[in-house]
Design a protein around this ligand. Structure first.
Ligand code: ADP
Ligand code: ZN
Length: 755
């Protein structure tokens, strides 16, 4: 490579997607294809290969030391890929989450701009397996597949995926051969179709007509306040379910786009599950909307990105990563359902889209609106601290009523005679079964929700008491080898075989119920019911969720059974019953947000059931009917919940009273993982002492989910009120760790899940 004598040429700092917390200095040739400014993409030599980086500023060359700067090879674009505001946002993410700036830039830009390889040609077709319309019923099914268990597995997977899925995905998931696919096709249960790759599900949807409704007084107050907001102002729009938050967003956007001629971003938690919301924006703004979703190919994503960059489209609607949409002159960023955990990216860089939205809005002088029926306690606290302006929509539009919620005390169900009956009633209680039968006889539909987040298990006595850490107020997690109860926040341990300290009865391990178990029971008890199950959590399954919900909408399903994914899609007039199989699983997760998440889920379910004129009923099954998450969800009382939950976050302190960072060490050898976790913890404790930092170090301990795939996981937690000190400590740590090839240390700041 050409080296340049130091001193003369112009030098720039380049961020590269490498796992090093630094930028790299390159020299600029005398002539470049396009002007080079901060934010421009550059092609540079890295160890004799070409890499794409991002120019992040001029350099004084000091970082070079004695080495000579290499010449950068090309400036491929006429315009910078990131403007100054976005570059500032990337820097903030890099600092706050202790991630190399180059990795942040790569996450922010469309994939097609960050790899040197050419994107795959568009228009290639893919073989899809499609379920035939004549299907064996559940009863005949045993016979049809007795000799063909693999065909049955394939058939059921396809069914779960909504009856249509790429052959390649199915074969990969089941690890089966093409012969199994052929067998199913030959027997007429499915057929093969060819379809253009990356079908855009939104291209085919006809948007609703634009609403011509008059805003209510409460909506108008919110709209006026947001429009009048100062540049960078933030708002929390707290509106109960059905209070008409979307109309507020639409009117604000009309002002931003049509009056101010600026642009806007709308974030939704999971776009595949909220097609109706997206349709409402397209109904008003038509072609001006770019819908960014996971179904786009790299090429389509790049097209959308360019259209936004050029200003051809003025509104970006999408999930988490749409917060990086390259819009100039932003007037507003809307974050719908701001409490949703899916706004937090689960891999590096572990940013939270809501927080990025606030930072970006400040840089851009845009308003930021966070909307929710059940705001996160962090956002609520920010309102109390006057960081956001609170706007409320306390009533349903048109005076609609919220459904009646029945809390079923499972402790009563336990008192029946035979063990078989007891086991059955703990899954589907007598009141819930009676309600299901009633719906069937009336031709109405039901949804059963199985709350299953993570797989940590806990112990509970028959009266509902759960073993809890005395220091951390967190449910103790059951570990099998050796058998013990562990607080995974502080490593406090207890005998697993102990009896309940409150009532003296034996404590039993709670495993949580599986969807298949519930399905079997339903088929047995209600043989005439058409049951659909929705519990596959794969990428290819994402669109299948809306396909299954469409089937529910067409009345082809009597009982839909699924995990909390289904809660988001609940908007059917003929669904008049929602049952929550076991609220306790969520309440007792070893996570300080367990109550908050359960309250949000139950409220969402309770607020969505029975939207039609037939009304609706909700049944919540629990052993702890007095728990505040259950009581306040049953009465639709957010303020009541917050009044109990917020004080419990101050001793011991948890967010929003304090801030957390979770440091996870993982690797294939448990001994090495535990040893490194101890070294990391010691380094942190030492640094805290030496620099007198106001930071508490907790751990190390095995993560509640001790092993994911083949990697063992241990973690250490940091608690502090001082975010700046935490940033410095984390940077120090990540500069210090130098791990062997198969070990990994990851910082998760403001974690949304501690499993
Ligand atoms: P939220 O998102 O707050 O749960 P939505 O925005 O979905 O509520 O609104 C609920 C329903 O009320 C929608 O069908 C919407 O079209 C309707 N709606 C909203 N505002 C008005 C209004 N001012 N007048 C009449 N209908 C409205
Ligand atoms: Zn503890």
């Amino acid at each position: 490579m050409d080296a340049v004598a130091p001193g003369r040429p112009r030098l720039v700092e380049v961020a590269l997607p490498l796992p090093l917390l630094k930028t790299f200095t390159y020299a600029v040739p005398e002539t470049t294809r396009h002007p080079l400014v901060p934010g421009s993409r550059v092609v540079v030599p890295v160890r004799n290969q070409r890499a794409i980086g991002l120019c992040v500023g001029e350099s004084d060359g000091r970082a070079l030391g004695d080495t000579a700067a290499k010449l950068l090879l090309d400036v491929p674009d006429a315009e910078p890929a990131l403007d100054a505001g976005m570059l500032a946002v990337c820097r903030w993410i890099s600092d706050y989450h202790v991630v190399p700036l180059g990795l942040v830039c790569r996450a922010v830009l469309p994939a097609a701009l960050t790899v040197a390889a050419r994107p795959a040609p568009a228009g290639k077709s893919e073989r899809m397996l499609v379920l035939a319309s004549e299907l064996p019923t559940l009863v005949a099914r045993e016979a049809a597949f007795r000799r063909a268990p693999q065909q049955r597995a394939l058939f059921e997977l396809l069914e779960q995926l909504g009856g249509r899925a790429p052959v390649s995905t199915l074969v990969a998931q089941l690890r089966c051969t093409g012969a199994v696919v052929q067998g199913l096709v030959q027997r007429g249960f499915a057929r093969i179709e060819r379809e253009g790759r990356h079908r855009d599900p939104f291209a085919a949807r006809a948007p609703d007509a634009a609403p011509t409704v008059q805003a209510t007084a409460a909506q108008q107050r919110a709209i006026d306040a947001i429009i009048a907001g100062a540049p960078g102002a933030s708002f929390l729009l707290h509106g109960i379910t059905g209070s008409g938050k979307t109309l507020v967003y639409l009117r604000v956007l009309e002002h931003v786009v049509r009056v101010e001629r600026r642009s806007a971003i709308v974030l939704v938690p999971e776009i595949a599950l909220t097609p109706q919301t997206v349709d409402r924006f397209r109904a008003v703004f038509g072609d001006q909307v770019a819908v960014l979703h996971s179904g786009l190919s790299d090429g389509e994503r790049l097209d959308a990105w360019r259209a936004l960059r050029r200003g051809d489209k003025r509104i970006a609607v999408g999930a988490r990563s749409a917060v990086f949409a390259p819009l100039a002159d932003l007037g507003a960023i809307i974050v719908d359902e701001e409490h949703e955990a899916s706004y937090k990216q689960a891999e590096t860089p572990r940013y939270h889209a809501r927080d990025v939205a606030l930072v970006r809005a400040r840089h851009a002088g845009a308003r930021c609106v966070l909307g929710s029926a059940t705001p996160s306690l962090e956002s609520w606290q920010n309102c109390l601290d006057a960081r956001h302006t609170l706007l409320s929509l306390p009533e349903r539009v048109g005076g609609g009523r919220l459904p009646a919620v029945h809390v079923v005390d499972l402790r009563q169900e336990q008192k029946v005679a035979t063990p078989e009956e007891r086991a059955r009633r703990l899954v589907i209680s007598a009141p819930l079964e009676a309600a299901l039968r009633q719906r069937l006889s009336r031709g109405e539909q039901s949804i059963l929700l199985l709350n299953r987040r993570g797989y940590a298990s806990f112990v509970q006595c028959p009266d509902g008491h759960v073993a809890v850490c005395p220091d951390c107020s967190i449910s103790l997690t059951y570990h099998r080898t050796p058998e013990r109860l562990v607080c995974h926040y502080c490593l406090h341990q207890e005998d697993a075989a102990r009896s309940c300290p409150d009532c003296g009865q034996a404590m039993a391990r709670q495993r949580g119920i599986g969807t298949q178990q519930v399905e079997r029971l339903l088929v047995e008890r209600l043989p005439s019911a058409r049951v659909a199950r929705m519990d596959v959590d794969t990428t290819s399954g994402k669109w299948a969720h809306s396909a299954i919900l469409d089937r529910v909408g067409r009345g082809e399903v009597d009982i839909l059974l699924g995990t909390q994914m289904i809660a988001k899609g609940l908007d059917f007039a003929n669904v008049t019953l929602v049952g929550v199989i076991d609220a306790d699983v969520g309440i007792n997760l070893p996570d300080f947000r367990a109550s908050e998440r359960t309250f949000q889920l139950l409220s969402q379910v309770a607020g969505r059931a029975g939207r039609g004129p037939k009304g609706g009923e909700v049944f919540i099954q629990t052993r702890v009917p007095g728990h505040h998450a259950v009581r306040h969800a049953a009465t639709h009382d957010y303020h009541g919940f917050v009044a109990e939950e917020l004080p419990s976050r101050s001793s011991p302190p948890y967010p929003p009273t304090t801030r957390l960072a979770n440091i996870v060490v993982s690797g294939p050898e448990e001994v090495a993982v535990a040893a490194l976790a101890r070294d990391v913890t010691e380094w942190l404790e030492h640094a805290v002492l030496r620099f007198s930092l106001a930071i508490t170090v907790l751990g190390p301990a095995p993560c509640p989910v001790e092993r994911i795939q083949t990697r063992y996981r241990w973690h250490t937690m940091l608690k502090t009120g001082d975010g700046k000190q935490l940033t410095r400590l984390l940077r120090g740590l990540m500069g210090w760790v130098d791990v062997a090839a198969d070990l990994r240390v990851v910082v998760d700041r403001d974690p949304v899940s501690l499993l």
